[in-house]
Structures are given as structure tokens and as C-alpha cells.
Design a protein around this ligand. Structure first.
Ligand code: NI
Length: 240
């Protein structure tokens, strides 16, 4: 009886040791899995941060200038060139006739030229035929200078009819940020308003026929480039 008691005790101790060893292994494995999960989530967090900073570097914005060219446009082109900033110019046909060299230079320096009608007319106050003639005349003038017309139209005051849009078959480009530069004609006010309102992907509306707007534009480029913004044409913004 005493011998068999010892035998049972022995078996019990062996079994207990076995169970203890198995449990320890299982706990260790769990720890390793948990540790791996923590490492992985940290890696993912770091990757996320990298993606975010890449995205930040890619912020883009389009400066657009209406109603020109004017006397100050060449100076504006100098400033944009120095900063490697591209812009879009919605030109008025009558002005195109006055400043053909400026139009040529815009094209050569990588800017986009858009149409802003021949006489800066509010298109929806004209017949469809007359409004379209205003646009076509301007496109033909642009083509006679740079060898190609334009597929981009900004109707003066942002107004044209559905019928006109349909018949012209051009990209109608409006805007996101409007500092009312033509009205305030104040450099500081224009800079402040644009820098306050601008977001990634925005189209900014300015008029290069005002010196205040030209100076404001250059300050806007300097400030936003420091924040990682790239200045692209409307076309580059629409079709990256
Ligand atoms: Ni205009």
C-alpha cells in the first residue's frame, strides 16, 4: 500500500511538472505575439506619419489672373519665374492684341492661358451666338500667337448659360478663394485674406491689371511655398 502511494505521488508530480511547463510555454508564446503586435502597430504608426508628411509636401494651389495682360504682367512673370511658380491667365481678347509678346512669354514659361472673352462681357446678357463669337475671337487671337487655342474659359462674373456651355464645350473654371482684390486694391488685405482662406487644391482669383494684386501675388507665393505648397496651372490641378 505504501509503495503504490509513492507511485501515485510520483505520477502526480510528473503530471504537475508537465502541466506547469506547458503553461509557461504558452504564456511565453502569448507574450511574444503581443510584443510583435505592439511592434507592428508602432511601425504602422510611423509609416502613417511618413505618408502624412509626403502628402503635406504635395499641397498644390492654382493662382489665376483675370482681365489682363496689363502693364504689370511682365513684372509678375519675372517674379513667378524666379520662384518657379506656374499660374493661369484668363486673358481678355482686346488686351491680347495689345500685349502679344506677353502672351508668348506666358506660354514659353509654362503658364496656362485661358479665355476671358474679347471685351470682358457678361455672357448671359448676350445672345448665345454673340457670346460664343466673343469667346471664339479670343481663342483665335491666342492661337495666332502661340500656335494653339485654349480649352479653358472663365466667363466674366462667372456667368454664362447652359446652352453656351454646351455649345462651347470648354472647361469652365471658376474659383475657390476670392479676396476681391479689384475692389480693395490693398496689397496687405489681399495677402491676408488669401492666406487665411486657402486650402490644398484651391483656385485663387486675382487680377494682374492692378499693381497691388501683382505685389500681393508674389507675397502669397513666398508665404505658401514656405508651407510646402506648389504653384501649378489649373490644368495641372484638374489633371494631376
Ligand atoms: Ni474679369
Amino acid at each position: 500500500m505504501k509503495n503504490s502511494y509513492k507511485k501515485y505521488l510520483y505520477i502526480f508530480l510528473i503530471a504537475a511538472l508537465y502541466i506547469f511547463t506547458v503553461q509557461m510555454n504558452r504564456m511565453e508564446r502569448k507574450d511574444r505575439v503581443r510584443e510583435a503586435a505592439i511592434n507592428r502597430s508602432q511601425d504602422m504608426e510611423e509609416e502613417g506619419k511618413e505618408e502624412e508628411s509626403l502628402f503635406e509636401d504635395k499641397k498644390r494651389v492654382a493662382l489665376t489672373f483675370d482681365d489682363g495682360p496689363g502693364e504689370g504682367t511682365e513684372g509678375l512673370l519675372d517674379g513667378l519665374k524666379e520662384r518657379n511658380a506656374k499660374a493661369t491667365f484668363f486673358v481678355v481678347g482686346e488686351k491680347v492684341e495689345q500685349y502679344p509678346d506677353t502672351i508668348q512669354r506666358m506660354k514659353e514659361e509654362g503658364h496656362l492661358i485661358g479665355n476671358h472673352t474679347y471685351t470682358h462681357v457678361q455672357m448671359n446678357t448676350l445672345s448665345c451666338e454673340a457670346a460664343i463669337a466673343e469667346v471664339k475671337k479670343t481663342s483665335e487671337l491666342i492661337e495666332s500667337i502661340i500656335g494653339e487655342g485654349t480649352g479653358y474659359l472663365r466667363p466674366p462674373y462667372g456667368e454664362c448659360t447652359k446652352q453656351m456651355k454646351k455649345e462651347l464645350d470648354m472647361f469652365i473654371v471658376l474659383w475657390d478663394v476670392d479676396p476681391l482684390d479689384w475692389s480693395v486694391q490693398n496689397e496687405d488685405a489681399v495677402v491676408e485674406k488669401v492666406l487665411r482662406d486657402v486650402e490644398d487644391g484651391d483656385i485663387i482669383l486675382l487680377h494682374d491689371i492692378f499693381d497691388t494684386s501683382v505685389r500681393a501675388a508674389i507675397r502669397i507665393v513666398d508665404a505658401l511655398q514656405k508651407e510646402g505648397y506648389e504653384f501649378v496651372t489649373v490644368e495641372e490641378l484638374m489633371f494631376p
